[in-house]
Design a protein around this ligand. Sequence first.
Ligand code: GLY
Ligand code: MN
Ligand code: MN
Length: 403
Amino acid sequence: MIHQKRRKELLSQLDKDALVIVTTNPEQLRNGDVYYPFRADSDFWYLTGFGEPESVAVLSHKSYTVFLRDRDKAREIWDGKRLGVDDAPKTLKSDQAFSISLIKQELPKLIAKAKTVYYNSKPSKIDVKINKHLSNYQSLTPFLHEMRLSKDNDEIKHMQNAVDISIKAHEMAMKQTKEGVYEYEIASIFDGYFRKNNSQHAYTPIVAGGKNACVLHYIENNKPLKEGDLLLIDAGCEVEGYASDITRTFPISGKFSDAQKQIYQLVLDAQLQAIQSIKPGNNVSKPHQIASNTIRKGLIKLGLLEDDKELSEFYMHGTGHWLGLDVHDVGEYKQANSHRKFEPGMVTTVEPGIYIRKSDKINPVYWNIGIRIEDDVLVTETGNKVLSQALAKEIDDIELLMR
Ligand code: GLY
Ligand code: MN
Ligand code: MN
């Protein structure tokens, strides 16, 4: 029902002779005969709830048509059951269904009746042979991605479920962290707990001990943890396609050093202040302005940053991004060239960080400290709700949890 409602809402924004073509992802070969697990395209999933590859949905005000794989006795023995053309209309609530093998024949007929054709992807992704029918196409993005940016109750429920599973895994990781354990052993806690809860990673997790945390996209996760270092974990699962995205940084020994505390508290202050600025009507650039300001002032006070120097040596990424079916979710940050305002239903991450590499200019007590704290925040009517609030992030709470 929810997909039907979304299709209707999308069409209500388009002219009466519009045709919408939405494709899913292609299957991706890993090596030899081995494919990566299939993940549907997020736009396609949002509008259809259908998770088979080689599918195309075609929507108009008059009919909803699905192209999908045929049933195939031999292939189904190897790969599992397919929905098939006969059952598709009932299951997917479509008016008609065709074999994907007929798309070159049937799609042009649907296109011929339309005045404007809208796509979720580049025409080349559909099929070069039907491109010649598609000269008058327009992007669906402004309509569909605007819808996806505002989460409905169903989506928020899935996101909270994903966050809750991720929180448990982060807590387990904090408790099991100790010197000598390998980063991949900690990563395996997330693999196991996510799978155990019928979910999967929303992105490749980062489990980065010590200086590895200063590599923003460190995914090797293969080094032993050292006493005295911090461990940064950026890991989140997805449920029904909806992502969570959580980072915590904590001491491998269970106790922060004084220098680690100074930097950690600075990131935490920046994060808490940034979260406070998330409410309807506030500019979406505000959390980053606030977090950057706080971090800049704090680093200057600690003598780590000179007044006239760029903060980007220590803080080189944004403070957040939209979160939803994609971990870096769709939706514009600007409208008519200026930053838009927060609105209820949007979900954003808030993830400031400080990364201090080894340098002659810096007191060695700060070397290799890489800290990020990341939470997932829903904009509400009156302010915001931190979906990942339950996961410890105050220094005392982390030390208590790790005891
Ligand atoms: N985990 C990806 C990110 O934090 O943006
Ligand atoms: Mn993030
Ligand atoms: Mn993250």
